[in-house]
Design a protein around this ligand. Sequence first.
Ligand code: HAM
Length: 461
Amino acid sequence: MKIKNKKELLQTPKGMRDILPHDLLYWKAVETKAEDIARSYGFKPIRTPHVEKAELFGLTLGETSDIVEKQMYAFKTRGGDALVLRPEGTVPMMRAYFEHGMHTWPQPVMLYYSGSFFRHENPQRGRWREFGQFGVEIMGEESGLSDAYIIHVFALILQELGFKKFTVHVNTLGDKECRGEFRKELVAYYRRKVNSICRDCKRRLKENPLRLLDCKNPMCVEVRADAPQMMSYACLSCRAHFKLVLEFLDDFEIPYKIAPHLVRGLDYYSRTVFEIFADADADTKKEKADDASTETGGEKTEPQKEKEKEKENAAPIALAAGGRYDYLAEVMGDRKVPGVGGALGLDRIVDELKERKIVPFKEKAPAVFLVQIGAQAKRKSLVLFEQLRKSRFGVAQSFSRDNLRTQLDLANKLGAAYALIIGQKEALDGTVIVRDMGSGTQESVYQKKVLDHLKKKMKNS
Ligand code: HAM
């Protein structure tokens, strides 16, 4: 194959990126915190493949949802199977529930997962084509307590990571019964406004009217302001369910606001839906969450594009989202399994932490730095390095360097308490120089005795 542009070849595909070592410390810290809290709240880990059967998502997310219509990485295998890179995690969880007969496990089944998901979206701030999610799901439980439990777990994760303020936007989508009436009213309302909505929404009006409320086009956002709200049509049991969720949020002292037009982009939701936004810094991000729009529709002029870019950079983005999916199992298999869950957007959380200068990890300084000068010393110090590592000393080295000053500077920079120096002489006579990095004092110790010597020193310090 002839390579057209070598420079381009050496770049990641559009909307995807390498996570470099320093950034990975943030990722690991966020995942570790999320895992610790999820585990202590009774969730068990699960891993599912990155690839699933394509039909699975058409069936469950909705044929007219953006994900299924435009955003799936779909491909045919050599054997002719139609597969996709997973665009989200809830459907695979429910697939796994059926595949492994989890209905025979003690209910509810509570799972967490973490990994990459793929959507062919327009890359922009906080929106990647490969992105990380940490998800939790409670399957086999109908009560509103579990909806609040999920939100509570996410709130704890965000708080303990260092987010001081965030708001949960929450709404109810009702159930199959009461949503019908709402949909009728919604269609009637939007028919009256048909000349004031975007082209996509004209299509949504016919195919999937609930999605009208999710449109980010400024024209449609304006029309939405007076659109009917699901809450006014919710039946008694949906109202009671929602009330319970809100009461639990009050009990957990979670800051929330009812977002009467929140519908979410996936068709499997019923009853509770939610999104969590980190509160904007008073002076940087003042946009209303309802206008969190970045999606575009129709042709734009350059100044319009500029303005949108500015707005995009200022608008808050959801750090997490989720909701209840009581009908998902029925669509997929032969039993009813009520469920609720949510996912944290890892890319967005890491970006927000960095923007807020919150460092969710501590880089531990090594206790000992091994300095070696010359080939023979290098060999000796490799053996010593392994002995120190096995004895659980925090130990660092830079075997590729040979200069004393450079190595001591590095030991200093890393904050090592002691440097162990092996030069030509020490390599020959079996000793090592122990340098206290704080005071600069040095002493010569036999290599055989250096572990005990260090242990004593550290005990006394
Ligand atoms: P979602 O709203 O599509 O829901 O994604 C959840 C979170 O993942 C978002 O709030 C956002 O933080 C992050 N996210 C989504 N798309 C991107 C992207 N392109 N780039 C970066 N971050 C992104 C779901 O996926 C549902 N499965 C959540 C759920 C679990 N509902 C019930 N259980």
